[in-house]
Ligand binder design. Structure first.
Ligand code: HEC
Length: 120
């Protein structure tokens, strides 16, 4: 590849990343509750559709597939926070005021969203 072709490929790649939008599934009732909680408590860092922001990573990501981060890892992230280890956004603080049942709803929302976007 010539140098110019490489620059072109990088620019096109960046454009594709910016244009990325999530597929929104027909959420279960539980996931809809989770979605409301997510929009209030999580989207400031993870984005409305969990595609990430300048303050936090996408959760629609291969790293967070169920086989690598199981449902308990999601629960624990919310309850205890996360020390930065996969990215360079800094630590995730614990999210207070969320009950056990609400954590289950958040898990349902994240998993249904992931599945709709090919993260299984
Ligand atoms: C202040 C910003 C912020 C908020 C608010 C936030 N997160 Fe995070 N979250 C992060 C960052 C940063 C990471 C990545 C840490 C790393 O480098 O691995 C992360 C990682 C995660 C992970 C991966 C956990 C792991 O074990 O690696 C999950 C799941 C997650 N967040 C879910 C949530 C949920 C659900 C909420 C809302 C209840 C939420 N986050 C709110 C910043 C945030």
């Amino acid at each position: 590849m010539t140098k110019w072709m490489m620059i072109f490929a990088v620019v096109m790649g960046a454009g594709a990343a910016l244009a990325q939008t999530a597929q929104i599934p027909d959420f279960s009732d539980r996931a809809k509750k989770g979605q409301a909680l997510f929009l209030t408590n999580c989207s400031v860092c993870h984005g409305d559709t969990a595609l990430g922001t300048d303050s936090g990573p996408p959760l629609i990501h291969f790293f967070y597939r169920p086989g690598h981060h199981d449902d308990n890892a999601i629960r624990s992230a919310v309850k205890n926070g996360v020390e930065a280890h996969h990215w360079e956004y800094g630590d995730m603080p614990p999210v207070t005021g969320i009950s056990d049942a609400e954590r289950t709803s958040l898990v349902a929302f994240i998993r249904e969203l992931q599945r709709a976007n090919g993260i299984k």
